[in-house]
Design a protein around this ligand. Structure first.
Ligand SMILES: Nc1ncnc2c1ncn2[C@@H]1O[C@H](COP(=O)(O)OP(=O)(O)O)[C@@H](O)[C@H]1O
Ligand SMILES: [Mg+2]
Length: 178
């Protein structure tokens, strides 16, 4: 069964995407089977994996709202050697569309359930917010990696995130351990 890690921090520019891409490629280099999920509408992890975010027929957005299946959204990163569920700005709409759906916090977790045994690691690159998308990542995850800058104000943001993870652990997913 794959270990699922969310790479999260509601601050932007702290190294989430860079960590995600490099960790994925490094795990592949050690013969692990890796799936990277881009859950940021900016699509940086998608572009950074060598997949053009502009030309996507199906993205992680279509998967989350049930408009396509996993195989239709799945891509392969030739650069990194890992599988990729890509994202682009379509994912911005997910915040609103998911609100009206049943089990809105666990759509990603459910979508991943059938393929967890196909991978050793699943890495989720989160957007820079504590949004419905980040919530889906945290509910799907076994663990959370929080890249951060070593400065005082970064610590304030960190306590908000850790409070959220604790609340999710109580209510929705017993697994996340930072
Ligand atoms: N470990 C690191 N050391 C120095 N610079 C880094 C590191 N990780 C990322 N960066 C740089 O910081 C910037 C933001 O990184 P990025 O991964 O896009 O952050 P985020 O996804 O959190 O917005 C980029 O210019 C990236 O090259
Ligand atoms: Mg990013």
């Amino acid at each position: 069964m794959a270990k699922v890690f969310a790479i999260a921090n509601q601050k932007g520019g702290v190294g989430k995407t860079t960590t995600c891409i490099n960790l994925a490629a490094s795990l592949v280099a050690t013969k692990r089977r890796v799936l990277l999920i881009d859950l940021d509408p900016q699509g940086n992890a998608t572009m950074g994996s060598g997949v053009d975010k502009h030309g996507l027929e199906n993205s992680v957005y279509d998967l989350l709202i049930g408009e396509c299946d996993l195989a239709q959204a799945m891509h392969f990163s030739e650069h990194g050697g890992y599988q990729l569920l890509p994202a682009n700005r379509d994912l911005t709409a997910a915040e609103v569309v998911l609100l009206e759906m049943q089990m809105k916090e666990s759509r990603l977790r459910s979508a991943l359930a059938p393929i967890r045994e196909n991978y050793d690691y699943i890495l989720i690159d989160c957007p820079p917010s504590l949004s419905m998308l980040t919530l889906n990542a945290l509910v799907a995850a076994d663990g959370v990696i929080i890249p951060m800058q070593c400065e005082y104000f970064a610590l304030e943001g960190l306590s908000d995130l850790v409070d959220n993870i604790k609340r999710i652990a109580e209510l929705l997913n017993p697994n996340p351990a930072v």
